[in-house]
Every structure is written in structure tokens, then in C-alpha cells.
Design a binder for this molecule. Structure first.
Ligand code: HSE
Length: 419
């Protein structure tokens, strides 16, 4: 297939934008995939290492240029980015974006724009930077039905958890370094509150299960409440705490999903995913388990995904949204039972206890305490809304007996196959 000549208009010259500019400047690396004609940056007062004829502060310098056939959108403002992307698509330009908040928030509008203007819109860099997830979820896991997708989707929080847990560095200092290294969002509260991971999970849900939900509809617990009692609990059991996003299909056909810190056993795939790395596990009936790991943030890993999308445009690749448009039922449910650890100031012990279905371990000293036990997702949500200062950490998802039998039957069949 003849590769199309790609002429890029780039919006945003922050960490990722400048990284992409550098990479595209090295022809040996890119094989002359594309050229950047114009870059529109935000702040005219900032000194930038760009040839003056390439630099502009006016969006129309890209949008009105007919030679530019690809818009690469790497800004951090979801609403302004959507206006730009919408205008670009209306003018027939293909778009590549790394803006997870925009893709998640405006997904239905963006989907319809792709249909109406017949232009590709790719966003591999919006989920886990360098990990090739979206195209794989869309293309590979098409016939062998996915059972679950779970993993560490945010590099900054994984970096912070690694530094505070392994190296005993203060949370604020670890966050500062994550910012300095270009991992964190311009508003880092999006990282530590778990919202960034929830935006990414909302995008993965589209390509994994054909479901679109807004970030607000994903139960999300961040890492800001994790304290020394929690870390000591994990350490004593040879576990680590990771911020994990999960989406899983159960026997009733419903997909359940949430983002929350989780204890990870030393023999779990995610245990060794430290620092800025992300790790994602997919499970299907036929293939069983796949594990993806790689750098989840930073200028060059994110540029690598952007570049891969740009290259894919060269052979007219576009998402078909196979699962989204397929006729089958796509039900979601927030009804599930979880085994959860919660730590709290001692005065709140009775209040917290009331929300639990069953209490397992319990510990308290004169100031603090924790419980482990089972709690419904709905009660967990209610408890979090009542008191945002509590620290919740997932131990396990409680699987009903019937569900366990079903899984065991599949596994037995898979083993017999090889005997
Ligand atoms: N702030 C994000 C993270 C950047 O830390 O994962 C990559 O999406």
C-alpha cells in the first residue's frame, strides 16, 4: 500500500510535544514518516527551540492550512482541545491525540465526528503511554472474548508509591520529582486522586467491552490517603500497594469496573511493576493471560505511541469500534462484593464497621485502626462519600461459587486440550 504523505500541525509544545518534535527531527528514527509544518503553542512569553516559521500562537494557522492533513493534539486542556479537534475533523484532517481527559469526556461526540467526516482519530498515547493497548484491544481481542482488563494505568502514582514504600521518601518530595521528570499532569491532583487512571479505564472499556462511561461513573479511590499503617500492613505480608484499575465481565454478562489501591502479592504480575512503569493484564478464555508492561509516562515513551499512530495513518488505519457497534448486550453493574482493608482514626471505628457485610481482621491502637472484611461496592462508595479521609485498599474481588465453577470448567478444558 502506498504510504500517504503526512504533513503535521502540532498543538502543544510541553513535555510530549517537544519530545515528538525531537523524535520527528531524527529521520533515521522515523524513516521520514511525517513532517511537522506548524506548531501552535500556548504561551508567547516562553522561549522555545523551534524555527520561527514553524511557530505560531494562532490555532487557525494550522486549521486553515490545507496542506496540513494531520493534527497532533498534545495539550492539557480537555475543553479547548475538543474545540480544536472538532474543527480539525470538520475540515477533513486526521487527528492524533494523547489527551485522555478529552477522549473520555467527549467520546460520543468524537465518535460521531469520525462517522460524519470520515476521518481517523487515533489516541494510543492516551492510555499507558508506550504500551500498545488500544489497537490490541480493538483488533486482537475480537474473537477470543475478553474476561478482564486490569492494571496500573498511571505512571506518576506508581512512581510515588514506589518511592514512598521502597525508599521511604516523603510523598510531597516524590510528587515533586514526578513533576520534574515530566510524568505528572499539569494538575497533579488528577494523578493522585486516581482520576487520570479512571479516564484511561473509561477509554479501555470502549475498546475492550464496547462500553462507554464517564469518569464520574467509575468508582475511584486515589493514593492520597495511604498512610504508614497501610504500608506496614503490606510490608508485613510481603505485599506492595499499587493503584489498580479493573474491568471484568461476570457470568451474568455484566461488566464491573473501578479504580482503587490494591494489595499486590509478591508472585503477582504487577508486583515488580515499579517506578513510572505501567502494567496491564488481560484475561481471555482461550489465550488465558497476557501481560503488558512498559513506561507509562514521560516525553519519549508517549511520543513513541503518538508516532505509532502517525505511522498508522500512513496506511489509513482507523478504529472500527467493533465492540461498540456490535449488537450484543453490553450491561454494566455496580453490584459486587469486595474484600477490602480500611484504615481510620480510632474514633471512627464503629461508624466504618456499619458499612461492612462481614469483618475479618481488626487492629487498633490508641490513635488508629484498621479492619479487613467484605463490603459491597455500593456501600464502599457511600462510605467514601461520607468520609474522604478513610484509606481503602482492595484485597480481592469476591467471586460467587457458581462463577468459580464456571472458570474452573474452562481451565479444566484448557488443560485437557494439552494432555
Ligand atoms: N500523568 C500521567 C501518568 C501521564 O502519570 O501516567 C501519562 O498519561
Amino acid at each position: 500500500m502506498q504510504r500517504k504523505k503526512l504533513v503535521i500541525g502540532l498543538f502543544g509544545f510541553g513535555c510530549v510535544g517537544s519530545g515528538l518534535y525531537k523524535v520527528l527531527g531524527k529521520e533515521a528514527v522515523t524513516g521520514q514518516v511525517a513532517t511537522i509544518k506548524k506548531i501552535v503553542a500556548k504561551n508567547p512569553l516562553k522561549k522555545r527551540d523551534i524555527a520561527p516559521h514553524q511557530l505560531s500562537y494562532c490555532k487557525d494557522d494550522i486549521l486553515d492550512d490545507d496542506e496540513i492533513n494531520v493534527v497532533v493534539e498534545l495539550t492539557d486542556d480537555a475543553d479547548a482541545a475538543f474545540q480544536i479537534v472538532q474543527a480539525a475533523m470538520q475540515k477533513g484532517k486526521a487527528v492524533v491525540s494523547a489527551n485522555k481527559k478529552m477522549v473520555s469526556t467527549y467520546f460520543m461526540e468524537l465518535y460521531h465526528l469520525q462517522q460524519e467526516y470520515r476521518v481517523p482519530f487515533l489516541y494510543e498515547a492516551a492510555c499507558c503511554a508506550s504500551l500498545p493497548l488500544i489497537r490490541n484491544l480493538e483488533e486482537y481481542y475480537d474473537t477470543d472474548t475478553l474476561q478482564s482488563v486490569e492494571g496500573i494505568l498511571n505512571g506518576s502514582t506508581n512512581y510515588i508509591l514506589t518511592k514512598t514504600f521502597n525508599e521511604k521518601i516523603q510523598f510531597a518530595d516524590a510528587l515533586k520529582t514526578a513533576q520534574a521528570l515530566g510524568y505528572a499532569e499539569s494538575d497533579p491532583s488528577l494523578d493522585i486522586s486516581g482520576k487520570d487512571a479512571a479516564y484511561k479505564l473509561s477509554i479501555l472499556l470502549i475498546h475492550a467491552f464496547g462500553i462507554h462511561v464517564q469518569q464520574e461513573d467509575i468508582f475511584t479511590v486515589g493514593i492520597q490517603q495511604i498512610n504508614e499503617v497501610d504500608n506496614a500492613y503490606a510490608l508485613a505480608r510481603n505485599q506492595k500497594i499499587k493503584l489498580v484499575a479493573r474491568a471484568f465481565k461476570q457470568l451474568d454478562g455484566c461488566v464491573r469496573f473501578f479504580v482503587m489501591p490494591a494489595f499486590v502479592q509478591h508472585d503477582h504480575y504487577l508486583y515488580h511493576v515499579d517506578d513510572v512503569f505501567n502494567g496491564v493484564i488481560t484475561r481471555t478464555h482461550l489465550a488465558d493471560t497476557h501481560f503488558y508492561a512498559g513506561r507509562g509516562a514521560g516525553a519519549l515513551p508517549t511520543s513513541s505511541a503518538v508516532l505509532s499512530d502517525i505511522a498508522a495513518l500512513g496506511y489509513q488505519y482507523k478504529y472500527e469500534y467493533k465492540k461498540l457497534v456490535s449488537a450484543g448486550p453490553k450491561n454494566i453493574s455496580h453490584d459486587c462484593l469486595l474484600q477490602v482493608y480500611v484504615s481510620f482514626p480510632i474514633a471512627k471505628a464503629d461508624f466504618v464497621k456499619n458499612y461492612f457485610t462481614e469483618i475479618g481482621e481488626a487492629f487498633s491502637n490508641s490513635e488508629k485502626g484498621y479492619f479487613t472484611g467484605t463490603i459491597t461496592l455500593k456501600n464502599l462508595q457511600a462510605l467514601q462519600q461520607k468520609d474522604e479521609a478513610l484509606s481503602f485498599i482492595l484485597m480481592d474481588v469476591c467471586i460467587a461459587e457458581e462463577e468459580q465453577k464456571h472458570e474452573a470448567a474452562w481451565q479444566e478444558e484448557a488443560v485437557l486440550e494439552f494432555e
